[in-house]
Write a protein that binds this ligand. Structure first.
Ligand code: AMP
Ligand code: MG
Length: 352
């Protein structure tokens, strides 16, 4: 009997980005596992401080400058996510639209406890009519003037001219809100960091936005998917190596007013909470794509989800409608195990 035997599973929890984040690391001594979990905790805290949509952050400073219409400098490390969001938004045909921050704020979701009343219909319509979208943004770089003499150029550049990353909006209604991809992005950053630290087997789970690497000992990591229409787990799935699984649900943030329920995923075309689906789960290699897609498919609904998934390169998705019927592609259907009895009604569509 030894007290110093290493625990194969190291677990840590933290609160960031409005989510309860679980970090699980397998097969590493407790001390390096704890150091790795601390490093990831710092990643989450940094991303929280950078991208928060309503508490003071780099993003709120960007949002304060966008309506001015002039180009302004933005820290270099913020540009890749803005560019990626622009690309994902285009692929989703604008259903994932992080430029609708004003609408999300108007609905009261820029606060810790949204409670209504719902906004005035005219105010919603006025914002929708301005059609804020990611293509209103121009991402660029300022250039220092060139000189033939290299040594002088270097001196000139370092003393007088700083090249900047620039951002500009041609639409004053654009306000950025990365709530739909913030957790997925943080999960990707965390897994990348764990890998750099030599961790090969781990799960990072930010309130249902999950990425896994490796295994849990001899067996694969098994993930539970929350039942959107009641307590507990609806289904479980075994993860295969490096893979992400992200769920968007109308139950995550909502308020009730006058007997009506209003949730936080807004259809940019109507300005109102998306109707028809209660949750969407997407499997993909990276979590940020899965996160953008889960939001986009929830907005797309049963009529359009297959086209939007295919545009976004998503091959595995599960949708649940208000009646509790489950819709899945054939590949995911083979992997999903329902944990409730009786099992829900399932409609399987062709491979995406
Ligand atoms: P998720 O839980 O990943 O679906 O993200 C939902 C969050 O994304 C909301 O709380 C809003 O902050 C934001 N959001 C709501 N509707 C949209 C939309 N259509 N496109 C992009 N972001 C949205
Ligand atoms: Mg999302």
């Amino acid at each position: 009997m030894s007290c110093s035997k290493p625990q194969p599973l190291y677990q840590e929890q933290l609160l960031a980005l409005g989510a309860l984040v679980d970090i699980s690391i397998w097969g590493v001594e407790p001390e390096p596992a704890q150091q790795a979990a601390d490093a990831v905790t710092e990643d989450f805290n940094r991303i929280h401080r950078t991208w928060h949509a309503w508490q003071e952050s780099d993003l709120t400073r960007i949002n304060a400058q966008l309506p001015g219409g002039a180009p302004f400098p933005v820290q270099a490390d913020l540009m890749p996510l803005i560019g990626r969001a622009q690309e994902l938004s285009r692929q989703s045909e604008g259903l994932f639209n992080p430029a609708i921050g004003k609408l999300i704020g108007l609905w009261g979701f820029h606060g810790d406890e949204p409670k209504g009343p719902p906004p005035d219909a005219a105010a919603v319509a006025a914002l929708v009519a301005q059609h804020p979208n990611m293509d209103d943004l121009r991402l660029g770089r300022s250039r220092c003037p060139a000189s033939r003499d290299t040594s002088r150029t270097l001196r000139y550049r370092s003393s007088l001219c700083v090249e900047n990353n620039l951002l500009q909006s041609r639409n004053p209604a654009v306000q950025l809100d990365f709530g739909a991809i913030g957790q997925g992005y943080a999960v990707d950053v965390a897994i990348e960091h764990l890998r750099q630290l030599g961790i090969e087997n781990a799960i990072v789970n930010a309130s249902g936005d999950i990425r896994v690497i490796g295994k849990h000992g001899a067996r694969p990591w098994r993930i539970g998917i929350r039942n959107p229409r009641g307590p507990g787990i609806l289904a479980s799935i075994e993860m295969q190596g490096d893979e992400s699984i992200v769920t968007s649900g109308t139950y995550e943030r909502f308020f009730e007013y006058d007997g009506q329920r209003y949730h936080h995923i807004i259809d940019p075309r109507s300005g109102y909470p998306a109707r028809g689906l209660v949750s969407v789960t997407v499997l993909h290699s990276d979590a940020v794509t899965a996160d953008a897609a889960s939001t986009a498919l929830l907005v797309a609904g049963l009529k359009d989800w297959r086209r939007i998934a295919s545009n976004m390169g998503v091959k595995q998705a599960m949708l649940i409608d208000e009646q509790g019927t489950v819709y899945m592609d054939a590949v995911l259907a083979r992997r999903m195990h329902f944990e409730i009895a009786p099992a829900p009604k399932v409609e399987i569509t062709d491979t995406l």
